[in-house]
Design a protein around this ligand. Structure first.
Ligand code: AMP
Ligand code: MG
Length: 413
């Protein structure tokens, strides 16, 4: 059996996990499907942005030289020879002493070299009074002033948020090559588990882990799918996993990895020899399984208690998903917060306590613990908004002193 009896540190196990996670082939997606992903190509524009000289204001296109002597008292009068709306496609021209009404974004007629805003005129229809001189180039947006034709727009590695998607659309790209979302398949094991929507009978437990892990995986950027419950049965477990191999970039199971007689995940997968089960010096989340199935698909076998499952996901699975996404920062940001209570923590173990993080009105953060030691307490888990991370060498947290807190903020992708 591939069981490693030595206690590993969280960092050692994380290093093993990240080593065991490769990269995914880039794929082409439409813009909104690419939101939140990293670009996997260098993108340049083959036309200038803006693509034509246009007006920055609603006003009149004029020749600056015609307005040199204009003032409110002695306006210059120009004949208005046309109207140019945004979207106008004619390349109309304009001679000396003439003006054209022009809307924001409309093309500048040839012959004009400036726009006088409406508010500096009498807004005339047939003739317009200009109330001040205009500089050549005033209120013009020049073709190519944003990007010239052929110039780079976005480099490979750029994260595609609303601003970047706007640029891609503006330069005419409706599809881009990106690092794909890892497909994460989530499976709950345990013969006591039943599907949500049923009232549990005696001894039955509703499967909540698969919803929690699927939501957490989705929040981490994955394309997450739960495939439900598998009982504590070797054959059924191996069949269920086998069926998913072609659809998965990562497999995540929960339950069945402790020392119990029915901890089938550990028994069944240890036999295959490509998944290792080990104990990690963390609390909760000591029993962990990690390895590969099929054609090198990483599989995480997390402990079944909901709090242990979530902490294990945060410690190992989330960084792995981020690595597959190509993200540079794999870890959640942490903040220092003042502990509102004291607590003891075992030496040599990294403890993750559920917490409620508050932002202090005077600045900074404070944190209180919630939920006690039980890893089965889902109601208090639902009230928490962070994990307090108590390092291996810290045995005591003192009220009033700073602690490291990992806020579990939703990314909303
Ligand atoms: P295990 O890790 O299989 O020994 O399970 C530990 C505890 O977590 C048991 O009380 C299980 O009933 C519970 N548990 C396991 N899987 C789930 C799940 N998917 N949803 C909710 N509780 C679970
Ligand atoms: Mg179980």
């Amino acid at each position: 059996m591939a069981v490693d009896d030595r206690l590993r540190t969280v960092d050692e196990h994380l290093a093993t996990v990240l080593d065991g996670v490769g990269t995914l082939e880039p794929i082409e997606l439409t813009l909104l499907d690419a939101q939140g992903l990293l670009l996997a190509e260098n993108v340049s524009t083959d036309f200038p942005l803006p693509s034509f000289d246009n007006s920055a204001m609603d006003g009149y296109a004029v020749r600056a030289v015609d307005t040199l002597d204009a003032s409110r008292e002695q306006p210059v009068r120009l004949q208005v020879v046309g109207d140019i709306a945004a979207g106008a496609s004619s390349r109309s021209g304009m001679g000396p002493g003439l003006a054209m009404r022009i809307m924001t974004g409309a093309p500048i007629p040839s012959g004009a070299d400036a726009v006088i805003p409406l508010e500096d005129t009498d807004r005339g229809m047939a003739r317009v009074e200009i109330h001040r001189p205009v500089q050549s180039g005033e209120c013009l947006r020049r073709a190519g002033e944003d990007l010239t034709a052929g110039s780079p727009a976005l480099a490979a590695g750029a994260a595609l948020g609303p601003q970047q998607l706007a640029l891609l659309a503006a330069i005419g790209r409706d599809r881009v090559v990106v690092r794909p979302r890892p497909r994460v398949i989530i499976l709950s094991t345990g013969s006591e588990l039943i599907e949500v929507g049923h009232r549990p009978g005696f001894g039955e437990v509703i499967d909540s882990n698969s919803y929690m892990i699927a939501a957490a995986a989705k929040d981490a950027g994955a394309d997450a799918r739960r495939i439900g419950i598998v009982p504590d049965d070797h054959t059924k477990l191996l069949d269920a996993l086998e069926n998913q191999l072609l659809r998965a970039d990562i497999l995540v199971t929960s339950g069945g990895v402790s020392m119990g007689a029915y901890d089938v995940v550990k028994e069944a997968l240890s036999e295959i020899g490509t998944v290792d089960f080990m104990r990690v010096a963390m609390q909760p989340g000591k029993p962990q399984g990690f390895g590969h199935l099929g054609n090198g698909i990483p599989i995480f076998c997390l402990p079944g208690n909901p709090v242990s499952s979530l902490v294990s996901f945060e410690a190992f699975v989330r960084p792995a998903i981020r690595k597959l996404l190509g993200k540079r920062s794999l870890h959640r940001a942490t903040v220092q917060a003042t502990a509102l209570e004291s607590a003891k923590s075992p030496h040599g173990v990294r403890q993750y306590r559920r917490g409620v993080l508050h932002r202090e009105s005077a600045g900074g953060y404070s944190v209180s613990f919630i939920g006690g030691p039980g890893s089965h307490l889902i109601a208090s888990l639902a009230l928490s908004n962070c994990l307090v991370v108590i390092d291996e060498d810290v045995t005591e947290v003192t009220a009033g002193k700073p602690v490291t807190v990992m806020p579990l903020l939703l990314s909303n992708r």
